[in-house]
Design a protein around this ligand. Structure first.
Ligand SMILES: C[C@@](O)(CCOP(=O)(O)O)CC(=O)O
Ligand code: SF4
Length: 395
């Protein structure tokens, strides 16, 4: 890979040990994947924040770094709401470690907002063609597919390295040739709300790590696309997809119809709603959680409308970013009047607080795929209305 004189200097350690380590990671990735050079990135989103997922080894690695990031950088969800962790039943020992993790990232100049939907936040908006170094898989999918920006599915360390250097290696989804669809997915039935997550859960398994182009009868909203992409990145490894006539790249570039074809029928989507993943069919859901990926303002509005005049008897979590919650304080208040909890900085998957429940109802195909393995709680997908009903909100 070609490096400029300045980059060589960093690699030789002349800008300090942290930047040298970061450059080594970027160069190693570039060499493995055949990158020609490093390219500047507009922003970085760094996974590996929840103390539940990174543990002491991760905390130690971050704490050993010195220096400041060169581009706007933001964090993935942590293991708890940084303000309301006691309400979540988080142990003080865990909270202490989680605070240490956030402080270590902050000292590198990273904004301590913890979210998988950075694209809703001021200073993190991305536009068509921007090069980014994002790591949370649903954020990567949204950036590439819904926005038409360009990012690989970075790991925590490589996103952090890109943030410190301000650049990433030019390979993978940064290049036109890797953005061409290689498999088509035809969905002729009408889809609504959580159907997009269920579809993504199914399609991801077949698509694997290819780039699909969808031919759909329905017209998805950006929230529907967020759910579809998140689920495909979880049940498969899809980092970029197109939807004919809908997503920006499919509108600008005339892609040929790929030879490999998948057709998904309504009956297959219906079957996803029947399954209890990681448990037996008779398990009763004792918690419902929505906001995977983190809720948009529109989603909060919809939830508030559905909860109006209702009382939640079991647990209902609504996960979002702190900035979106603060900007929509009235909606948050309305949602919480029902007994539901609006939790920021965290989610049902990366927080230890959901462990111990029997079964979680979710409206997300991604949460359906991850909750059983990462929380040891069975999961079932339902519409938003069903999630609310399941926890007593039908009174
Ligand atoms: C499951 C996921 O959304 C959250 C866990 O991420 P982290 O490594 O704890 O930041 C990660 C991902 O899908 O990229
Ligand atoms: S809410 Fe979902 S998409 Fe966001 S970090 Fe948690 S698991 Fe990932």
């Amino acid at each position: 890979m070609h490096l400029t004189k300045e980059e060589e200097r960093t690699l030789n350690g002349e800008d300090g040990e942290t930047l040298q380590k970061a450059m080594e990671i970027l160069v190693a990735l570039g060499d493995i994947y055949g990158a020609d050079s490093l390219i500047p990135v507009k922003s970085a989103q760094i996974a590996g924040v929840s103390y539940k997922t990174i543990g002491d080894a991760g905390l130690e690695w971050i704490s050993d770094l010195n220096g400041k990031v060169k581009v706007p950088s933001i964090l993935n969800p942590a293991g708890m709401d940084m303000q309301r962790w006691k309400d979540m039943g988080i142990e003080p020992d865990f909270a202490e470690k989680q605070v240490e993790v956030i402080k270590a990232y902050e000292s590198l100049g990273i904004r301590s907002m913890c979210t998988c939907t950075p694209y809703y936040l001021e200073g993190f908006s991305a536009t068509y063609g921007d090069h980014l170094a994002w790591s949370e898989s649903s954020a990567v999918s949204y950036a590439n597919s819904v926005i038409g920006a360009r990012t690989n599915r970075e790991g925590g360390p490589s996103a952090l390295s890109a943030a410190l250097v301000g650049k990433t290696a030019n390979y993978g989804y940064h290049l036109d040739e890797n953005r061409v669809p290689t498999v088509s997915v035809t969905v002729e039935c009408e889809l609504l709300g959580s159907d997009y997550g269920a579809l993504g859960y199914l399609a991801g398994k077949d698509v694997g790590n290819r780039v699909p182009i969808f031919y759909m009868a329905s017209t998805p909203s950006s929230d529907n696309l967020k759910a579809l992409g998140a689920a495909m990145a979880a049940s498969g490894a899809v980092a970029l997809y197109h939807v004919e006539d809908i997503t920006p790249e499919a509108q600008k570039v005339s892609f040929a119809n790929p030879e490999d074809r998948i057709v998904i029928e309504r009956s297959q989507i219906d079957e996803v709603y029947e399954e209890v993943i990681g448990g037996t069919d008779d398990l009763e859901c004792d918690i419902a959680a929505v906001g995977c990926p983190h809720c948009s303002a529109d989603e909060l509005e919809n939830i508030a409308r559905l909860l109006e005049g209702k009382g939640i008897e079991k647990e209902l979590w609504v996960c979002t970013s702190r900035e979106v919650a603060e900007k929509n304080a009235e909606l948050v208040k309305q949602i919480e009047q029902s007994g539901a909890k609006v939790l920021c900085d965290t989610c049902m998957v990366v927080s230890p607080a959901t462990e111990g429940h029997n079964c979680m109802m979710v409206n997300s195909g991604k949460a359906l795929a991850y909750v059983p393995g990462m929380c040891k709680v069975a999961a079932k997908i339902g519409s938003l209305e069903e999630c609310i009903k399941k926890v007593g909100g039908d009174n």
